[in-house]
Write a protein that binds this ligand. Structure first.
Ligand code: GLY
Length: 393
């Protein structure tokens, strides 16, 4: 009897893990075929300026130049597909979409160098160990660091709308700190790490409300460092919780804990997770609408990019936190929703993007209920994190 139960246990256990691997393989295969299609339609549209797919505009694939904040995501997607499949052709494609971004290492006019360069050259270096890519990343970090104002204690986010803000810092900026911490680890240049830590600490101080939701934009006085305004740009209202902003905060502080080991960042990530998980439907795996306080929910557009960023962040935070089990459960549910027919585009449709239903900038009447390349990026990252988690069990 005992032998029979052990046999049944082994059968069920290996049956289940085999099943898991099979469904992961089906998804990776789906994604690979879709990105194959993406490269087929992007290739003839690429030129010396337009290099990276970003979204669909007026029914057509929209490519952007290397200076666009989203330029690093498509190459990053190809690198992640290389990681998932081990097929050299994806490495070749990834490199081909990475190299046009090289000149951005000198760009001091954007806080988004982290997104642009770490998602592209960061992965290129990870998989090739080519010293040239390492030097490009170090230069990129140094360019980004020039935007730091010691009076404010933050990196300046935007240069546009100078009639509206003197020194705007947006919650999204947390994501770009990873490049600085990576460069510190490679070079030992302390100031890069100090900038990242100070920026994150000042963000904790000024960007969050009592419920740990965050404002989108904080405008500082660059001479005194005082907070002048707390506003939104892409959210519903100054006091609302723009979904992607909450997602950037969650991911950003999780990453800061990973890179520094500083407990205050773990605590902040947990508090943000607490806010996000308290929003209707999230614990059940519902993908967020574009703003948690959008006035006409459920008749509002989704933001699958926010859903994918939250999923990737929760898989990682699940590893660090005592609430890990809850976070992983929610991540698995969100992942299942993103992988369902509602969000996962059929192969050969959606202009090659993996996910449908993201929202870029609703108040600007731009990119509403469309695919966005960064939703795909964090979905791919979630696939990898989920697979690694399952393998380590
Ligand atoms: N970082 C810009 C955005 O999330 O739309």
């Amino acid at each position: 009897m005992k032998k029979l139960s052990i046999f049944i246990f082994i059968l069920i256990y290996f049956g289940c893990s085999n099943q898991k691997e099979k469904s992961n393989n089906v998804l990776v295969n789906h994604v690979a075929r879709q990105l194959e299609y993406a490269t087929e339609i992007a290739e003839p549209l690429r030129d010396s300026i337009l290099t990276s797919p970003r979204t669909i505009k007026n029914g057509k694939l929209k490519l952007v130049p290397s200076r666009d904040w989203t330029s690093g995501f498509f190459p990053g997607n190809l690198w992640m597909l290389y990681e998932l499949t081990g097929e050299t052709k994806w490495k070749d494609f990834a490199l081909d979409y990475t190299l046009p971004l090289k000149k951005e290492q000198w760009n001091k006019g954007t806080h988004d160098l982290g997104f642009m360069m770490f998602c592209s050259f960061g992965k290129a270096y990870q998989f090739t160990k080519n010293e040239e890519y390492k030097n490009i990343l170090i230069q990129s970090a140094k360019s980004l660091a020039t935007r730091f104002n010691p009076k404010v204690g933050c990196i300046r986010s935007w240069d546009h709308n100078s009639d509206k803000w003197d020194f705007p810092v947006i919650i999204d900026n947390m994501m770009n700190l990873e490049l600085l911490l990576w460069a510190f680890n490679e070079t030992g240049e302390d100031y890069l790490k100090n900038i990242a830590i100070t920026h994150a600490q000042i963000t904790i101080k000024n960007h969050f409300r009592d419920d740990y939701s965050s404002y989108h934009v904080i405008d500082y006085n660059p001479e005194t460092g005082e907070v002048q305004k707390k506003q939104t740009h892409q959210g519903f209202s100054d006091e609302s919780a723009w979904a992607r902003g909450q997602a950037w905060g969650l991911y950003g502080f999780t990453m800061m804990y990973r890179e520094t080991g500083m407990k205050e960042f773990l605590i902040q990530a947990e508090k943000i997770a607490g806010f996000i998980l308290s929003q209707p439907g999230i614990k059940e795996g519902k993908v967020p609408y574009w703003d948690f306080n959008a006035p006409n929910i459920p008749d509002e557009p989704y933001d699958a990019s926010a859903g994918a960023i939250i999923t990737a962040a929760l898989y990682e935070l699940g590893d660090y936190s005592e609430h890990g089990e809850t976070y992983i459960k929610v991540a698995n549910k969100l992942f299942a929703t993103l992988s369902s027919d509602k969000f996962l585009a059929p192969v050969g449709e959606n202009e090659g993007f993996i996910l449908k239903h993201s929202t870029g900038h609703l108040p600007g009447n731009s990119e509403i209920d469309v695919p966005l390349v960064y939703a795909d990026y964090y979905f791919l990252e979630s696939i990898i994190k989920k697979q690694n988690m399952e393998k380590s069990k």
